[in-house]
Design a binder for this molecule. Structure first.
Ligand code: ASP
Length: 322
């Protein structure tokens, strides 16, 4: 029997990706095909400055991309980190999954692998992102730009309204199979070589084909230590709804951090359960800035419209309920 299909993505800019993924699902396509097609749409959009082409660069002005994909039926996953020059890293991640005996490739060798598989080496920095980098750099001290020469730092990388926003994706197809994906340029101005949560299986994304799928966005240096996507799926396995499961995983994350640090970071999760129920939660409604609401999007057979308003987009603020 056909199950309801649905695709859910993080952020408002995920609307277009959800529509694209939904086209694949509506045609009977697999969840993993929908995730890849949806991820590619955002990666190739130069207007989205936190994913793929047009993403903001690291402190050296180099765009370093992280991406991963996970397939429910085979429980296989592929991932790339610190990938440069390739516009569609989620597709490279899928090739890692399909054509290597491994799960994750990084840096220059991830690029070498991509080139061997026919991906083009292209300039990812747009004029706009280059301008933004030059502007950032002009306001840094020499020590800040040098990064590795500075002493130990206290606290978190500051999350500012414009220095992040991964697209996390989860989908259920009409055959009852699940998949998840995550693709990002990571935190803008990051220390070269820094890898966030997004390409880490269990942190940026996770799927258990018998239970559900989850993916995240937010302060990856914190989220990866709480393995939040795995926690979300595991919680759905204990009977929690997708929203309850996201909330539980984020509560765990917040219990492990000093409350004053909440002002400096945010984390958000999306989830879909095997039966098609969907949910999401965020640590704050104003994500990095009060005027920047956490939003997520979905499209599918029983989700009649793109959900950029109404209950599906209502931010779940955990701060007040701690
Ligand atoms: N999670 C991403 C990272 O830390 C950033 C984001 O989602 O905003 O690289």
């Amino acid at each position: 029997m056909a199950t309801p299909y649905v695709i859910v993505t993080t952020w408002r800019f995920g609307l277009a990706a959800s529509i694209r993924g939904n086209e694949v699902l509506a045609g009977g396509g697999s969840a993993i095909d929908a995730i890849e097609a949806a991820g590619n749409l955002t990666e190739l959009d130069p207007e989205v400055n936190s994913v793929g082409y047009g993403g903001l660069p690291n402190a050296d002005g180099v765009v370093e991309l992280d991406a991963a994909i996970m397939d429910g039926p085979t429980h296989a996953a592929g991932s790339v980190a610190g990938l440069t020059g390739i516009k569609t890293p989620i597709s490279v991640a899928r090739k890692v999954m399909l054509y290597t005996p491994h799960t994750m490739l990084v840096g220059d060798n991830a690029k070498r692998f991509a080139l061997q598989h026919g991906f083009a080496d292209e300039r990812l920095l747009t004029d706009v992102s280059n301008e933004r980098w030059l502007e950032w750099r002009a306001n840094q001290s020499a020590a800040d730009v040098a990064h590795f020469d500075t002493g130990p730092r206290e606290g978190l990388t500051e999350l500012t309204p414009d220095n992040h926003d991964t697209i996390g994706l989860v989908a259920l197809d009409s055959h009852g199979n699940l998949a998840a994906g995550c693709t990002t340029s990571g935190m803008a101005w990051k220390v070269p070589g820094r890898v966030g949560d997004s390409p880490i299986i269990g942190s940026g994304l996770y799927v258990d084909n018998e239970i559900g799928a989850a993916a995240g966005t937010g302060h990856g240096d914190e989220m990866m230590k709480a393995v939040v996507s795995f926690r979300t799926v595991e919680a759905m396995g204990r009977g929690l709804t997708p929203t309850e499961a996201c909330v539980e995983a984020l509560r765990y994350l917040m219990r492990k951090r000093p409350p004053e640090s909440f002002n400096n970071y945010g984390a958000a999760l999306i989830a879909v359960r095997k039966d098609g129920d969907i949910g999401a939660a965020s640590t704050r409604s104003g994500f990095a800035a009060p005027d920047r609401l956490w939003q997520w999007a979905a499209a599918g057979e029983q989700v009649p419209a793109i959900l950029n308003e109404g209950p599906y987009c209502t931010p779940t603020s955990l701060i007040s309920s701690l």
